[in-house]
Each structure stands twice: as structure tokens, then as C-alpha cells.
Design a protein around this ligand. Structure first.
Ligand SMILES: [Zn+2]
Length: 322
């Protein structure tokens, strides 16, 4: 009906449009999802949930999540603005996951690997005991199977609500990687935006290959802390992937659309599988959706001005690593 055309702008359904924090373009959310959550105008990489990342990297239906029921314990009965237990419950409700990491075996173009993926939307992807345990178990599973392990990091660092226990995860994950390495295993570390604090100071920096998505914030202390400490202006793009590559921190920067094929290339070149381990048939990944899919847009989840790709105050606060 003609009169509908004259609806006011505010009556447009929410959740359909997203503003790019980098180029300020207004993006159609469905189009953004079809583009793998990468801005079509400026190539800004929006964050992915752990599930989306798995769906993007693993062969369709091949990922078998392990230890999904591991749930953190509030050993310190920690309270800041709210009790840690409440914060955890809210994070579980918001993300539908028990923690900020998932892991399991899967195949990539038929090649078996163990994949572990962090989720920044769960308390800033911070590493508490369970995240540390999952990363460790992922690496140990890879060692046991004699398969490569790939960890995709997205984290503000160690989880302060678990105090020193979260810092111990740095040692635990590093030891597991050391044993994996001693057996001749392959570990590929993929850094997404952001990878900072205790995660970058432990397993994320220990890859045989370390690759990053474009524009990812990578470092130990955040730029704001460094700036306040040094009282100096930091160079443009400080701690971003493009800054770190020429300084030797990274082996390669890989656009999200090429990430899966590049990882498969690395497996081809760096790993020899036992006979019969590589499957000759596999299904294409299920993300991003190729077909017109009306179910992907959730009404009322407009991210609007919110820039999920930057560490949220919650994430930064959760991740103050000494
Ligand atoms: Zn953009």
C-alpha cells in the first residue's frame, strides 16, 4: 500500500543495518553476514562468534565439540561491580555457551585437525581456568592423535575474576604446546581482533606459524596503558597486524575470506598425514551462508554505533594482566 512508503525513518525495522566503525558506511546486515562479517567498503573485519568461526573454517558438519559441559567455578567468590557468578550466568545466557572457548576435532578439506576457537563476546574472551583447560585439552588431543592443532584467539587476556588461577593457565597451555612441539607436532596460531594480555603472552605467541587477520589489535598491554605509562604519542597503527608484521611478530596477515584456504595450504606443506587419514570427500563450510537466508537476521539486535570489534570496557576490565 502506497502510504507505507511515507513511514518515518525511525519506524524502519531495527537490526537490519550495521554501521562500520572503520569507514562509517551503513551496511545491510544480511549482506555483511554473506561477506563473512567483513565490511564490503573498507574490508574492516567485524568480530565472529566462536560458532561462526568454526562454521567458516571446518568442513560442514565435521566439528565435534569436546568437553562442552566444563563450567567455571567462582573459587575466589570474586565481586567487583557484581558477583563473578552473576557475570558468568549473564554471559552464558547472552552467548549460549559455557565459556569463552570451544574446541574439538574437525576436518579442513578432508584433513583432520584439532580446532580451538575463542569467543570475545564471552566476558571479553578472557582466559580463566576453563578456557586454559580447553586450550590445553585441544593441544593434548592433537598430540595424542598426531594431528595439527589450530587455535583462533580473540581475547582481552587473563580473567581477573579468577586471580592467580587464571595466570596459571599461561604456564599450563604453554607446557602442553611444549610437549606437542617435542613430539614434532604442528601448532598454527591465528590471531583475531583483539588478542592481548595473558593470551598473547602465552599460547597465542607460541605457534609454529602465527598469522593474523587484518587490523587486529595484538599485544600484551593495551595501547592506552602504554600511552599513559610512557606519556608519549604512539605511532599510527601501533599494535595492529600491519604494524607487527614488519617487526617480525607475525608470519602473515590473511584476509578472512582466504583464511581457510591458507590454513589448508599450510597443512598441505607442513604436515604429513598417516595413510587413510585424509578424507577425499567433504562438505563446504556452512558460514558465510551462500544462499538467500531470511533466518540470519534477528530483529532487534541492532548493533548500531556499538563497535564490537574494539575491546569493550567489560573485556578490558576482565583482562587486566599484570
Ligand atoms: Zn567499512
Amino acid at each position: 500500500m502506497a502510504w507505507k512508503r511515507f513511514r518515518k525513518k525511525k519506524d524502519l525495522p531495527s537490526g537490519l543495518w550495521v554501521k562500520c566503525p572503520s569507514c562509517r558506511a551503513t551496511l545491510f546486515k544480511k549482506e555483511l553476514i554473506r561477506n563473512g562479517n567483513v565490511c564490503g567498503q573498507c574490508e574492516h573485519h567485524f568480530p565472529l562468534t566462536a560458532r561462526e568461526r568454526v562454521d567458516m573454517l571446518a568442513d560442514g558438519g565435521s566439528f565435534q565439540e569436546q568437553s562442552p559441559d566444563l563450567y567455571p567455578i567462582d573459587r575466589l567468590e570474586f565481586v567487583d561491580r557484581e558477583p563473578y557468578a552473576h557475570k558468568l550466568a549473564r554471559a552464558v545466557e547472552k552467548t549460549g555457551q559455557n565459556e569463552a572457548a570451544i574446541y574439538g576435532p574437525c576436518t579442513m578439506e578432508g584433513k583432520p585437525v584439532v580446532l580451538c576457537v575463542m569467543d570475545f563476546t564471552f566476558i571479553g574472551g578472557s582466559m580463566g581456568c576453563v578456557v586454559g583447560e580447553k586450550v590445553t585439552r585441544a593441544v593434548e588431543l592433537a598430540t595424542e592423535k598426531n594431528w595439527p592443532v589450530i587455535v583462533v584467539s580473540a581475547s582481552g587476556g587473563a580473567r581477573m575474576h579468577e586471580g592467580a588461577l587464571s595466570l596459571m593457565q599461561m604456564a599450563k597451555t604453554s607446557c602442553a604446546i611444549s610437549r606437542h612441539d617435542a613430539q614434532g607436532g604442528l601448532f598454527i596460531s591465528v590471531l583475531s581482533n583483539p588478542t592481548t594480555g595473558g593470551v598473547m603472552a602465552s599460547f597465542a605467541a607460541l605457534g609454529d606459524l602465527i598469522v593474523a587477520e587484518p587490523g587486529a589489535l595484538i599485544g600484551f598491554a593495551g595501547p592506552r596503558v602504554i600511552k599513559e605509562t610512557l606519556r608519549q604519542q604512539l605511532p599510527d597503527g601501533f599494535q595492529r597486524s600491519e604494524f607487527l608484521l614488519p617487526h617480525g611478530f607475525l608470519d602473515q596477515i590473511i584476509h578472512r575470506k582466504d583464511l581457510r584456504s591458507s590454513l589448508v595450504d599450510f597443512l598441505d606443506h607442513l604436515w604429513t598425514y598417516a595413510e587413510g587419514e585424509v578424507q577425499t570427500e567433504w562438505l563446504e563450510p556452512s558460514f558465510p551462508p551462500q544462499e538467500e537466508d531470511t533466518e540470519t537476521v534477528e530483529e532487534g539486535t541492532d548493533t548500531g554505533e556499538g563497535d564490537k570489534s574494539e575491546p569493550s570496557p567489560e573485556g578490558e576490565e576482565a583482562a587486566k594482566t599484570p
